[in-house]
Design a protein around this ligand. Structure first.
Ligand code: CS2
Length: 461
């Protein structure tokens, strides 16, 4: 039997379930990009807020392409389980009720537009991954791609127009993706899009909407077959939308909303004036180390984060990347202890109860290395500080995109492959990071750094 509203009563009695009347909640949030991360993160905070007494913050999830999440969640009335692994009391499982509906944007643009134009909808959250923002390697919006089909830009511009014309207020649009300064960046990209493709919305957007920045953190590996089986055993019901994660969760949100919001801060989210110290530390230390583990770990024959971090040949590099090369570029907030943060991150990476595939992290590197490595390289090198660990990781990525670890899953895979073909081993570093190189707007390497990269690449056959 499958999990749904009708079968909720058949759950094993020890499983926690929504502590509020789901059917009575209006949709307050539309989430673009409903994948496992959203279900294990923002939806859990929202479920907690409603359990604590907040009302009318039900979530409508949106898939920008694939019907897969809709097909698993709608038959379950949006219900699913979250299992946390590796905590002191072992696995814990609970049912989340915050998601009430899922829409596949290309199949049902009308329903999506109507939900976004409803007065009860106040907040749009996004986890569309780095590539969903449709920026070129220089960080600028790809104006053509942004306007083709159902993108975050076409969807939000349609919503703005409907809300402006019907005189209901604006939206708070909250990026929950791993981009530096994600709110400011999203605001600027939307403004650029409006000016070009929806000029009537530009002033309204600037006046009525807000795009606060956020730092989101929770490790959520893709759900495996064995996870569905263990969830079914714990629940007594099948759950095809099950997610597994770690006990840790963190959400730091810039307190700059254009609308009311759920009491996320009463359920462990932190509202702050400036997210940057947290966001920068997370991107450069957690995600930076993750990507290093991914490319170096795959090359060394590992499959999972906990294996790569236990490899004595890799650990010192990754530790140096975090504690030294990344940490010294971060202006910590009051009370933010970067060394303790590094300790906590390493402990999370070592969680053997939650195998996390390196290949999942290795995906889309072209969209990730900017905020994870290149920004700290720029800061460090401007100060004359050496970055052997970050350069070693970068060389491993360059080799990775040649296809050495298997097929390359990256929106720029073809382009990178063509550059490799033309430049070869001797000049690939310069073609990517030298003056005028593909990523030079993020970081322009000196001759000396290019030589270090070229030597590292040459050393790997
Ligand atoms: C990972 C992140 O896949 C990746 O690139 O580095 O998804 C990471 O697990 C999360 O940002 C943790 O909060």
């Amino acid at each position: 039997m499958r999990l749904s509203s009708a079968t909720l009563a058949q759950l094993r009695p020890d499983v926690a379930r929504p502590a509020y009347d789901r059917a009575a909640q209006a949709t307050g949030i539309v989430h673009l990009g409903i994948g496992a991360f959203h279900r294990a993160h923002q939806a859990v905070f929202t479920d907690d807020a409603m359990a604590a007494g907040d009302r009318d913050w039900a979530i409508t999830g949106v898939s920008l392409r694939s019907p897969q999440v809709r097909d698993t969640m709608v038959p379950q009335d949006g219900l699913y389980s979250v299992t946390t692994r590796g905590g002191p009391s072992g696995d814990e499982i609970r049912i989340i009720g915050a998601v009430r509906d899922v829409i596949v944007a290309p199949e049902n643009p009308g329903a999506l537009a109507a939900t976004l134009a409803a007065a009860s909808t106040r907040i749009v959250t996004l986890t569309v991954t780095e590539k969903g923002y449709l920026r070129g390697p220089d960080g600028r919006l790809d104006l053509d791609a942004a306007h083709r089909g159902q993108t975050i830009y076409t969807i939000l511009a349609t919503a703005m127009r409907a809300r402006r014309l019907s005189g209901i207020g604006g939206l708070t649009i909250l990026s929950c993706d791993n981009l530096a300064d994600n709110g400011r960046v999203l605001g600027e990209l939307l403004q650029t899009y409006c000016e070009r493709h929806a000029p009537e919305e530009a002033a309204w957007f600037a006046r009525e909407c807000a795009c606060p920045s956020t730092m989101v953190d929770r490790i959520v590996p893709a759900t495996q077959e064995s996870d569905y089986a263990s969830a079914a055993e714990r629940l007594g019901l099948r759950d095809e939308a099950a997610v597994v994660t770690e006990p840790f969760r963190q959400w730091v949100i810039e307190d700059r909303f254009a609308t009311p919001r759920p009491g996320w801060d009463r359920v462990e989210a932190e509202m702050v004036d400036d997210v940057r110290p947290y966001e920068t530390a997370k991107l450069r230390m957690l995600n930076g180390a993750h990507s290093a583990l991914a490319y170096l770990g795959l090359a060394a024959g590992h499959s999972y984060v906990h294996q790569a971090v236990a490899d004595p040949a890799l650990f010192p590099l990754v530790e140096r990347l975090m504690r030294v090369e990344a940490a010294r570029t971060i202006a910590a907030a009051l009370g933010q202890d970067l060394d303790a943060y590094a300790d906590a991150l390493l402990a999370r990476f070592r969680n053997t109860a939650l195998p996390h595939r390196l290949a999942q992290i290795a995906m889309d590197g072209s969209q990730k290395i900017g905020q994870r490595w290149l920004e700290s390289l720029t800061v460090n090198r401007a100060r004359g500080q050496d970055c052997p660990a970050t350069l070693t990781a970068l060389a491993a990525w360059i080799i990775h995109v040649r296809g050495d670890n298997g097929p390359v899953d990256d929106p720029m895979a073809e382009q990178l492959n063509a550059i490799w073909g033309k430049a070869g081993r001797e000049s690939i570093a310069a073609a990517l990071f030298g003056a005028g190189g593909l990523f030079a707007s993020h970081w322009t390497a000196s001759e000396q750094d290019l030589q270090v990269l070229t030597d590292l690449i040459a050393a790997r056959r």
